[in-house]
Design a protein around this ligand. Structure first.
Ligand SMILES: Cc1cc2nc3c(=O)[nH]c(=O)nc-3n(C[C@H](O)[C@H](O)[C@H](O)COP(=O)(O)OP(=O)(O)OC[C@H]3O[C@@H](n4cnc5c(N)ncnc54)[C@H](O)[C@@H]3O)c2cc1C
Length: 479
């Protein structure tokens, strides 16, 4: 459906044009219009982007039963029957609106902004050409700014036979109508771990993970990947480190797939899921027409303005600039980007503190919804040392916190804080354990606010909550 809402004095001329209606693009439009500008947003697939249909939302809907079942199993006196995978998939379908984006299109129109369905490409300064679903071409002109928010897509490694085998990516896995009994997962990052665990719980009895490196979740503190790997193995997932596919065969489309690994193993499966990183959506968006080369993340400054474009009218936010591939960080950048475009369009000062995406450089907060969960904010110890900070580290076993013990028998988890010894403030915090996702915002506030440890000491956590780990970490530090 193409909805043509012209909210400007000249048809197809807007103050701001946004390419891509994912969470980032939608938020840029929302802020720009709230600031008094007119805007159009171009979307080639579904308004709401990867996050709403193929990423955050469906993956968390698929993971929730596993989480809950593990929690129930830790409390004597409670029990659950076998999981009804069909019911879980149905609830997932509801969460993704059955891949119908009319609600999100309606939201855009209500902003109000023009929603234009089609593939958009830059066509020189301040111009965007849209190839519409009927094959027509429509040209949009921006008075002030164009913002690129085209996101990212799954990367498929160059392995003989892999593409021909039509592997699952996050898109097929998160919208699956059936759970394969035998599954091979390629990758050891967040998407690989979350989806392997979710599908294993929902019925993938033989799940094998081929992890090229020596650990899972390579961007987190090493103990996080170790605890998740232990839990995966305990759940029956065959996690193989230092292993990768060398050749893939699927003679009959939709039939069984055979994976020959680099070490010479042969694995038969019903499905193969590739979760080996993301490719930023920088191709086929006309970057060449404004003198840029699409050979990596679009380089931006802290106001999200693209570096090296005369006139300073081009912005890029969200996954596509490679700063932090997370929905909440894309939306954060979008708020900054929308507001800074408004300030510049109105000739207002553009250097207020809210007009710079400084949080990008502090280490993004992130929750990984595996069992156990991993929640981290700020820098890891390794990152902090590499940046030259004088670092001290404290760790604590979460099982020793009364609040954690009361959550259930066998609660396993760990906390680590990275302290900048010069200023005695936190640089990073990582929690691993069931339900720790809800703990992380306190860390985000302490890190972003650069709260001195001596002050943090007076932030008293309630008894008996897991948050008492904060007190234990400070005691370990010596307060
Ligand atoms: C399985 C999985 C789970 C995830 N879970 C989480 C999570 O729990 N929490 C979290 O914070 N992050 C999560 N992420 C990351 C998150 O999905 C992304 O960071 C987020 O979607 C990025 O938003 P975006 O708006 O920048 O890009 P996208 O969501 O990719 O949206 C970009 C939009 O632009 C459109 N587009 C692209 N090119 C064009 C063009 N030329 N013309 C018109 N339209 C175009 C696309 O169709 C798309 O709709 C997950 C990712 C995956 C893969």
């Amino acid at each position: 459906m193409e909805v043509d809402v012209t909210v400007s004095d000249q048809p197809d001329t807007y103050d701001v044009i946004v390419l891509g209606a994912g969470p980032t693009g939608e938020n840029i439009v929302g802020r720009a219009v709230a600031g008094g500008l007119t805007a159009a947003i171009v979307e080639k697939h579904l308004a709401g982007g990867e996050c709403s249909y193929y990423a955050c939302v469906p993956s968390k809907a698929l993971l929730r039963p596993m989480d809950l079942a593990a929690e129930v199993a830790r409390v004597p006196g409670l029990s659950l029957g076998p999981v009804d995978a069909g019911a879980v998939l149905e609830r997932r379908d509801k969460a993704i609106g059955d891949l119908d984006d009319s609600g999100q299109v309606g939201w855009v129109e209500g902003v109000p902004a023009a929603f234009v369905r089609g593939h958009g490409r830059l066509a020189g300064p301040r111009r965007v050409e849209v190839t519409t679903p009927d094959g027509g071409v429509r040209t949009l002109v921006a008075r002030h700014a164009v913002a690129i928010a085209t996101g990212s897509a799954p990367a498929i490694p160059d392995v003989p036979g892999l593409r021909e085998a039509r592997p699952w990516t996050n898109r097929e896995a998160t919208t699956a109508k059936q759970v394969p009994r035998r599954l091979v997962v390629i990758g050891g990052g967040v998407v690989a771990c979350e989806l392997a665990q979710a599908l294993r719980f929902l019925g993938a009895e033989e799940t094998t993970m081929l992890v090229r490196g020596r650990r899972l979740l390579g961007r987190t503190e090493p103990f996080a990947g170790e605890l998740v790997a232990e839990a995966m193995r305990a759940a029956g997932i065959d996690v193989r480190f230092g292993e990768s596919p060398a050749r893939v065969e699927r003679p009959v489309p939709g039939g069984p797939v055979t994976v020959h690994t680099a070490s010479g193993a042969r694995i038969e499966a019903d499905e193969i899921l590739v979760a080996a990183g993301r490719e930023l959506a920088v191709h086929d968006i006309g970057l060449e027409t404004v003198g840029l080369t699409p050979d990596g993340p679009i380089k931006v400054d802290d106001s999200l303005r693209v570096v090296g474009v005369p006139g300073g009218w081009l912005y890029a936010a969200g996954d596509v600039n490679g700063r932090n591939l997370l929905t909440h960080m894309g939306k954060y950048q979008a708020r900054v980007c929308g507001d800074v475009i408004v300030a510049r369009a109105k000739g207002l000062p553009d250097d207020a503190p809210g007009l710079r995406a400084i949080a990008d450089g502090l280490g993004a907060p992130q929750v990984i919804f595996t069992d156990p969960q991993v929640a981290a904010a700020g820098r890891t110890e390794e990152q902090a040392r590499a940046e030259g900070f004088r670092v001290r580290v404290v760790e604590y076993d979460l099982a020793n916190v009364t609040g954690a013990y009361l959550l259930g028998d066998g609660y396993t988890g760990r906390a680590k804080a990275v302290v900048d010894e010069e200023r005695r403030v936190l640089l990073g915090v990582t929690f691993v354990g069931p339900g720790v996702g809800e703990l992380i915002h306190a860390a985000t506030i302490a890190i972003t606010g650069e709260v001195p440890l001596d002050r943090l000491w007076h932030a008293v956590p309630s008894f008996p909550t897991v948050s008492e780990v904060w007190l234990r970490l400070l005691e370990e530090y010596g307060l």
